[in-house]
Structure formats: C-alpha cells, structure tokens
Design a protein around this ligand. Structure first.
Ligand code: SAM
Length: 232
C-alpha cells in the first residue's frame, strides 16, 4: 500500500520487518477510517510523510535509551507512539487516549503486526493523578493534542524526575513557549532543547524537550475545566 522506499529514505534505520509493519498499519488505518474518524490523511504518500516520518522525527532529536518507558498522551490513531514502537520495539510504550474506539482500532493493529503496548483509556488529567501512572515514565510525548501551556500540565505529571516531556509542534512555537513558561516551571520542568526543522510535506516542525527536574506538586494536574479557566 505505501511506498516503502519513500519511508526508508526518510528513516533509513528501519528494518524490513518494520517497513512491513508500517505497510499493514497504513492499510488498516485507511480501512478502519471508513468506520471511525481516525485521520483526515488517507493518501499513502501523505500517510508516510505526515504521520509516519513526522512521528519518527522524534528519534532524530531525542535519545531514547534501550528499554525506556514512554507514554503517548492523546495518541489518537497511534501518533507518534505506535510509529515509535514499530521503529523501536525495545521501548515500553503506553498509548493513552480519552476515546475508547480509537484504542480499539490500535488494539487490532497491534494484534495484526504482532507488537505489544499498554493501552489506557482515560483522560490525561485523571490518569496523571493516578499512582499507577503518575511519575512512572522516562518520557511523555504528545502531538496535536493541546497548546503547550495546557499540554505541559497534562504531560509532565507522568514523567519521572530526570525524564523528559517531548512536545511535537508545528509553526508558532516561540509564542507557545512564551505562554507556557510559568506552567513549565510550576510543574517541575525546564526547557532542555528546542529543535526546529522542516519536514518534506509537513512544513515547519519543532520538537521541544522539557526535562523534569523537580517532582510535580500533588495539586497538578487539575481538572480540565480549571486548566481552561485558570491556565498556569
Ligand atoms: N496524537 C495524534 C496525532 O498526532 O495524530 C492524535 C491527535 S488528535 C487531534 C487529539 C487526540 O487527543 C484525540 O484522539 C483525543 O481523543 C485525544 N485527547 C484530547 N484531549 C485529551 C485528554 N484530556 N486526555 C486524553 N486524550 C485526549
């Protein structure tokens, strides 16, 4: 279904097995998309560029040690978390989303491609207070879920001290970062690195690495209504 050369050209480290798995993933994404709204992107080359290679760009900028644990907050149809798992099956991946149907599709895809991830149906602001998930991950990542200010409150509570929250963003990062400055500090984070780049077909992209340097105060994350009404 997909042009494997195109995918391999953008992510040369992918094994043949991974390319096969991405092919199956794309096929199921398109077919399941007819029943449930997963993505507006259904053209094979666009899936490769805007979903697969965009997700995998994280690996070019962030060192994920072997066996690291990573939670993808608001994973939707599995981006970036499921794409990262296919490229790096050694990672311990948790995919969290508030929409059960999307996780159902991910489960079917995982069965089909023979990989395992922990699937969590919850709102980020609830799971972030749950001792089973709070401060349990080396990395929390998110793409296209909320503005950085709110996203920081959703994601940093999941990260262990010494770990990182990685936000995958598009254009307008400078303003988002400025608005999120207080939230990042209050939640125990510190901006470690900002990588801006342009990706074929995706325009300007940014990967922001926020290191967690202090434990997050027990009062965060707050319920979504409060976050909206009184953003940090
Ligand atoms: N990350 C995927 C991507 O880049 O294609 C999906 C992006 S989609 C626009 C946003 C996803 O975040 C949806 O699947 C939605 O259900 C989920 N989401 C939004 N707010 C959430 C929250 N507070 N907790 C958990 N999931 C949330």
């Amino acid at each position: 279904m997909i042009d494997k050369q195109l995918l391999k050209a953008g992510a040369p480290a992918l094994s043949d097995e991974a390319l096969e798995r991405f092919d199956k993933y794309a096929e199921m994404l398109v077919s399941k998309n007819e029943q449930i709204n997963l993505t507006a992107i259904t053209e094979p080359d666009e899936i490769v560029r805007k979903h697969f290679l965009d997700s995998l760009a994280l690996l070019d900028f962030v060192d994920l040690p072997e066996g690291s644990s990573l939670i993808d907050v608001g994973t939707g149809a599995g981006f970036p978390g499921l794409a990262l798992l296919i490229a790096r099956p050694d990672l311990k991946i948790t995919l969290l989303d508030s929409t059960r149907k999307k996780l159902g599709v991910i489960e079917e895809i995982l069965n089909e491609i023979g990989l395992q991830a922990n699937l969590v149906h919850a709102r980020a602001e609830d799971a972030g207070r749950d001792p089973d998930f709070r401060e349990k991950y080396d990395f929390a990542v998110a793409r296209a879920v909320a503005n950085l200010r709110e996203l920081t409150e959703y994601c940093v509570p999941f990260v262990k001290k010494g770990g990182s929250f990685i936000a995958m963003k598009g254009a307008g990062t400078d303003e988002e970062l400025e608005n999120a400055e207080t939230a990042i500090a209050v939640l125990g984070g510190k901006v470690k690195e900002i990588n801006k780049f342009s990706l074929d077909g995706c325009g300007e992209r940014a990967i922001i690495n926020i290191e967690k340097i202090i434990f997050t105060d027990a009062k965060y994350p707050r319920p979504a209504g409060q976050m909206k009404k009184r953003p940090l």
